[in-house]
Design a protein around this ligand. Structure first.
Ligand code: F6R
Ligand code: MG
Ligand code: MG
Length: 368
């Protein structure tokens, strides 16, 4: 593959939960592997890895066709459709829940599944970390991405690695207006924070290195609620990050998750809760359908092959983070239906709570 670009496509969907919205049935993993194996044999894919986080099936694929390639998106769509048939047979919960369209229309973006893709020329050693979260939304990546690529108290490399010294460019999506703005860090850090501190409105879509424009990270930014116009589950996000030699080290990337920051999601996509980094075996949000959690698969990419994954959060050095997450989770839970545990009303506009307001509309009496 020398000199040639490899593309990583991570496409995910919830096509049926086991039990409820808690985790993944092994038959869905087997079916997805079967579908992707066929296309590895046909040559469409170089390699693939099927993972899950909670009730989300994660297809990690490498190929030579660039982002937004119809054939790759169709493969993901067809895999989710076949998986949905298995989910239906098993009576899994919410079978096909994220497949919002009746038929594939050329690109899975806007059809329900979450997508993160990037292309690059492989370095001699190419460490890539794929993060997958459940019971939260793509805005959950804002804080850890900022820490990774803009905070020298997190990433020593920002002041030590010469390729990092000029900083990184952040592409930020205004979700509600469907507009994108690029901001350079460190120069425009305060502007950036002004936006991404409101993670349900502004989401970091991609980050590149300023010195040479090399892509560093890209996250999924689909918001199911805005796609469907009504609440259809949280748009549990994925994120691809390149690490080492000119990017944050693997440990600096992971360090950004050592603080279990508060994210929107959890029960019914309507509650704030801490994002807990967990090993794969704990990718099973159960208490109050949560708390929200994130897993990571670490890979070395070699000639497009996915060498891995490694379960990088399976490390006792994250035990204190998990403890704090549970403590914060417990504190928030005691608020029951009160804010700030429950999301503010404007973030609930697509839940059934708006129906409650409609029902009460005629009973509200104007005061003088
Ligand atoms: C949150 C989530 C769950 C469900 C909850 C109710 O992202 O998936 O918390 O919202 O279990 O689910 P339904 O409405 O399917 O009964
Ligand atoms: Mg579900
Ligand atoms: Mg989910």
């Amino acid at each position: 593959m020398t000199g040639q670009k490899v593309t990583i496509s991570v496409i995910k969907a919830d096509i049926g939960g086991y039990v409820g919205h808690a985790t993944m049935h092994p038959d869905l993993i087997s079916k997805a592997k079967e579908c992707l194996e066929k296309e590895k044999k046909s040559g469409l894919l170089i390699d693939f890895c099927v993972m899950y986080c909670g009730d989300d099936l994660e297809l990690i694929m490498t190929h030579e066709h660039g982002p937004n390639k119809r054939e790759i998106h169709k493969l993901a769509w067809d895999t989710f459709m076949e998986g949905t048939e298995v989910a239906k047979k098993l009576g899994l919960y919410g079978a096909g829940q994220d497949l919002l369209a009746d038929a594939f229309s050329g690109n899975v973006k806007g059809q329900g599944p979450g997508v993160a893709e990037m292309s690059f020329v492989e370095r001699e050693g190419e460490p890539v970390l794929i993060f997958m979260a459940d019971k939260t939304s793509p805005g959950a990546w804002n804080l850890p991405l900022f820490k990774m690529f803009a905070d020298p108290f997190n990433t020593a490399g920002l002041i030590i690695d010469l390729k990092c010294l000029d900083g990184f460019k952040f592409d930020v999506l205004d979700v509600k207006e469907n507009k994108m703005v690029s901001l350079d860090c460190p120069d425009e850090m305060y502007y950036l924070l002004g936006l991404i501190g409101a993670p349900e409105s502004y989401m970091i879509n991609a980050i590149s290195r300023r010195i040479d424009g090399e892509i560093a990270a890209t996250g999924s930014v689909q918001k199911l609620s805005l796609i469907a116009g009504k609440y259809v589950g949280k748009d549990d996000p994925v994120l691809i990050v390149r690490a080492q030699s000119g990017f944050p080290a693997v440990g600096e990337v992971l360090e950004a998750f050592s603080f279990p920051h508060m994210v929107a999601g959890w029960m019914r996509g309507s509650h704030n809760g801490p994002l807990m980094p967990v090993p794969w075996r704990h990718a099973t949000p159960s208490r109050f359908d949560g708390p929200p959690r994130v897993v990571v698969g670490g890979f070395q990419i070699q000639d497009g092959k996915l060498i891995g994954p490694v379960d990088l959060f399976d490390d006792p050095s994250f035990d204190e983070t998990r403890k704090l997450a549970n403590k914060v989770g417990e504190y928030l839970r005691r608020h029951g239906p009160f804010e700030p545990h429950r999301l503010p009303l404007d973030n609930l506009e697509y839940t059934t709570l708006s129906q409650t307001l409609k029902k009460l509309k005629s009973r509200f009496k104007k005061l003088d």
